[in-house]
Design a protein around this ligand. Structure first.
Ligand code: GLU
Length: 419
């Protein structure tokens, strides 16, 4: 049975993606040797004074994959399932996102093992500050630039930025992106991943002749990424029929009212129990009769068995690593067009790059300017990957890795790292 053979370790998945691309491009194995492990991984213990007065130590990590193109870039997640292999994989995927979008960064990622639903506001703030103190020797505007990820927000970035300033006694807004606007954040950053995802869905749909007007969409995850992707796709004429999160789901074949859904989520912390909608699980969501499926939650959600049940024409990976390699192969065999994570979820880091650029020049753009630049960069990355996939007669995922590895190998050669 396929499930027993599935690769569920994201680090193993990431390594095999690189190995395949290096081989397909006929490059020296040195390229793989240089990319198979992050250059630096820091494991930290973050003691936090809890509201009860008790001291509790949280484990955290920060991985920097490669600095061959530029400083490390990538988010920090707060989640109970965070572990070192996950962080290493996420750092590698950031390298490829940046390479595919042509951003002047290498990949990095951080995480803290914790359950934010059990932490008070004050505990979250102390954890964010403690984590920044712990990783501060390896971050900086030209070194490694953290950002939000699962369960971290602009507010958390604000605390981390402030802690960095206390430690270094200087204002350095470019050390972190996804900050509050008032601290040098960029307009358009909160919705950027969702906007970027909708842009590439629009491009893919036009290539396969799928009209977006009335197209049915299912979204797994209704956090920062899922909710904005749903909104953006609705603005393009799609009908969002199903949404799930960790607690449950909401389904309405006639289309969900996204405003009501956002209000409900705000009030109850979950999409579950939306009045007038049917309950639905993620397994049922994947199998819905929809045109577009957007996994916008965590890794390994689309397993081989889920892949066999999918009826969508397009799967747009707004999450990092949502599809197991076995499921990816099945989707490709079944002719389902998958827009890979390293392209479909790259809108966030692209606007993070714009934020860092604005911080560097101390001159700020309007939201319209940011969105217009994002539109251009996403469309040109999509076009490059689309063309590459037909040149190499391969999936968009493999094409994206081919484009990424080619760029990284070029930078390694230019630095004299390869024989
Ligand atoms: N956490 C986001 C990602 O996975 C954004 C990273 C960033 O903006 O640096 O792409």
């Amino acid at each position: 049975m396929a499930t027993t053979l599935e690769t569920l370790n994201p680090f193993a998945t990431a390594q095999s993606q690189i190995a395949r691309a290096v081989e397909r491009l006929g490059l020296s194995s040195q390229v793989y040797e240089m990319l198979k492990e992050p250059q630096r991984v820091l494991s930290v213990a973050v003691p936090v004074r809890m509201d009860s007065g008790r001291l509790q130590t949280f484990q955290g990590f920060r991985a920097q994959h490669t600095d061959v193109i530029g400083p490390g870039k990538g988010g920090v997640r707060f989640h109970p399932a965070v572990n070192i292999d996950e962080v290493k994989a996420l750092a590698i995927w950031m390298t490829f996102k940046c390479a595919v979008l042509g951003l002047p960064y290498g990949g990095a990622k951080g995480g803290v093992v914790c359950d934010p639903s059990l932490l008070s506001e004050g505990e979250m703030e102390r954890l964010a500050r403690g984590y920044m103190r712990a990783i501060s020797p390896m971050v900086g505007p030209d070194l490694d630039i953290p950002a939000p990820d699962v369960n971290t927000s602009a507010k958390i970035m604000g605390y981390m930025l402030d802690e960095y300033r206390r430690l270094h006694a200087r204002n350095a807004p470019g050390v972190i992106t996804g900050k509050p606007l008032v601290l040098g954040g960029s307009p358009g950053r909160p919705g950027a991943t969702g906007r970027g995802c909708a842009i590439v869905v629009r491009e893919a749909a036009s290539r396969i002749g799928l009209p977006l007007k009335g197209a049915k969409v299912a979204v797994q995850g209704f956090g920062n990424v899922g909710s904005h992707t749903a909104q953006q796709l609705q603005d393009l004429g799609c009908r969002i029929v199903g949404v799930t999160d960790v607690r449950g789901g909401a389904y309405d074949p006639l289309g969900l009212d996204l405003d009501a859904l956002s209000r409900h989520t705000e009030a109850h912390g979950t999409v579950q129990g939306l009045p007038g909608a049917q309950e639905i699980t993620s397994a049922q969501l994947f199998a819905l009769d929809v045109d577009i499926l957007v996994p916008a939650a965590l890794e390994n959600q689309i397993t081989a068995s889920a892949a066999l049940s999918i009826r969508a024409k397009i799967v747009a990976e707004a999450a990092n690593g949502p599809t197991t390699p076995q499921a990816a192969a099945l989707l490709s065999e079944r002719g389902i067009l998958v827009i890979p994570d390293i392209l479909a979820s790259a809108g966030g880091v692209t606007v993070s790059y714009f934020e860092w650029v604005q911080n560097t020049m101390n001159f700020y753009w309007s939201e319209a300017e940011v969105n217009e630049k994002l539109e251009r960069m996403m469309v040109s990355a999509f076009e490059e990957i689309w063309t590459m996939s037909s040149e190499y007669a391969t999936s968009l995922r493999e094409a994206a890795y081919l484009a990424g590895v080619r760029r990284l190998a070029g930078a390694m050669a230019a630095r004299g790292w390869l024989e």
